[in-house]
Design a protein around this ligand. Structure first.
Ligand code: TYD
Ligand code: MG
Length: 457
């Protein structure tokens, strides 16, 4: 192994390491992503000493108490974390600039400081005054929260040793640097090194650390995916800049399930939890409008009802226009092809715009049936009964396929006052016990069209 300083090239997208510059990364096939960085491998002598002292442990000797969790007093966040903050865990919170990452974590600090947890908020981006101004909008804080404006990791390490906090926030990882690495903060080797040190602190001292990571325009955490591999939990904070709600999505979690979402609303005084996202998403639904239907998607363990809108109209140019907002464009095209073939609709000369109202993204196949019915309703210009919801995956031969957790979805619809559910026939068995709501099983898109209670005007 080489010792001393050497020059290597890193792919800024995936962290692939190479001795020479390359145009295309063999790891992620991106072009022009290699950047020269200087790494110092002098530390390997220390490693040998540690290796001589390393011990193995028998599995029977390891204590496997259920890991202790600290609640953040924010149910939505706790759910995404898998039940609260785990001691010694490293959590990455990614998201676009200005989406509310600092605000969210400052609120966590507030809740924990009110319960006298020793919290250290380390900011490399904002001054103490700026943080104070934000804090004043959020409310009263406990005394056990301390702030530090610092970007040098060695200094931070010292402060942590002295201060001994229980929870640390690093805002953001792109501003931190380690003196051993000579490349600029935010580069792959800096991020890799600083995250490595933070991981040692988290695991070694049993401190939970939250790291803020900025996202590039392509939607990945800036710099390397390396960061995602290293941490225990990856959360993404997303949302439409123009809408007030924000969604926190768990993408990776070593201590809980992924795909779990938490919904928040950005208010004047910080982020407010949204306990019932379905109600929130369905706010302002049009009445008696064609092309609108409510579908149910499962986000993690929670069913969320969303309104799917479609607008189908004759195209004025040779080439029909199609767009999909909030769902997969290719999926919409595929479903339209299924409708054309199986129901004989002539969609070839129609423009079609499909939108999931509220701006939330839903990629679960269970919304297929919703998309199909919305398109049908708009095409025929007949509204669908507004107390009806639907879910089901649609296959290429027009069959409506099973989806998971049908009963939970129906319960959610019932809770919100819906009176009729259109579901895949194969799911009927699992929902026999549910009373008080009409359940209609459909096995093909033809069935769905027949049974979807088009309200005749
Ligand atoms: P911020 O947490 O600074 O975002 P990030 O750290 O992800 O870059 O969020 C800043 C935005 O949130 C800013 O546009 C102002 C807005 N905001 C509110 O609307 N209400 C509030 O109480 C606070 C603190 C911020
Ligand atoms: Mg910030």
């Amino acid at each position: 192994m080489a010792t001393g300083k050497s020059t290597v090239y890193f792919c800024q997208n995936c962290g692939y390491e190479s001795a020479k510059w390359m145009g295309q990364c063999p790891g992620c096939h991106e072009w022009n992503t290699f950047v020269e960085e200087i790494v110092d491998r002098a530390g390997s002598a220390k490693g040998k000493k540690a290796a001589a002292e390393a011990q193995v442990t028998k599995i029977a000797d390891i204590r496997a108490d259920l890991e202790e969790r600290v609640t953040t007093d924010m149910q939505e966040l706790d759910r995404v974390l898998g039940g609260g903050i785990v001691k010694g865990s490293l959590v990455l919170v990614g998201g676009d600039p200005g989406i509310g990452k600092s605000t969210l974590l400052l609120q966590v600090c507030r809740n924990l400081s009110l319960r006298e947890y020793k919290v250290l908020y380390i900011s490399g981006e904002e001054s103490l005054q700026q943080i104070k101004i934000r804090a004043q909008r959020i409310g009263a804080f406990g005394d056990s929260l301390s702030l530090l404006c610092e970007t040098n990791l060695d200094t931070i390490r010292e402060v942590i040793n002295r201060f001994k906090p229980q929870i640390i926030i690093i805002d953001s990882i792109q501003t931190m640097y380690h003196e051993n690495v000579s490349s600029a903060p935010g580069s792959v080797s800096q991020i890799r090194e600083t995250t490595g040190v933070l991981m040692q602190i988290a695991k070694g001292d049993g401190i939970a650390i939250f790291i803020v990571g900025h996202v590039t325009k392509d939607g990945v955490v800036a710099g390397p995916r390396v960061l995602e591999h290293m941490v225990d939990t990856v959360l993404y904070f997303e949302g439409d800049r123009h809408a007030s709600y924000r969604i926190l999505r768990g993408v990776k979690n070593r201590f809980g399930s992924t795909n779990e979402i938490g919904v928040f609303e950005m208010r004047e005084d910080g982020l407010q939890e949204v306990d019932n996202p379905s109600e929130f998403m369905l706010k302002g639904r049009p009445e008696d409008a064609s092309g609108s239907v409510v579908a149910c998607s499962l986000e993690g363990t929670r069913p969320v009802l969303v309104e799917i809108q479609a607008l189908v109209c004759r195209t004025n140019f040779g080439m029909p226009r199609r767009t999909a907002a909030g769902t997969d464009y290719n999926r919409v095209n595929l479903l339209m092809a299924v409708l054309e073939k199986r129901l004989g609709l002539s969609l070839g000369n129609c423009d079609a715009y499909v939108n999931i109202a509220g701006g939330i993204r839903m990629n679960e196949p269970a919304v297929d049936l919703g998309i199909v019915l919305a398109i049908l309703s708009s095409y025929r210009e007949i509204p669908i009964d507004e107390k009806t919801i639907c879910f089901g995956e649609v296959g290429l031969s027009g069959e409506v396929r099973a989806v998971s957790m049908a009963a939970q979805r129906i319960q959610e619809a019932k809770k919100l006052g819906f009176t009729r559910c259109i579901i895949p026939t194969v799911c009927m068995d699992s929902v026999k016990e549910i009373k008080g709501i009409e359940i209609v099983g459909v096995s093909t898109v033809k069935d769905a069209e027949r049974s979807c209670a088009f309200v005749q005007k």
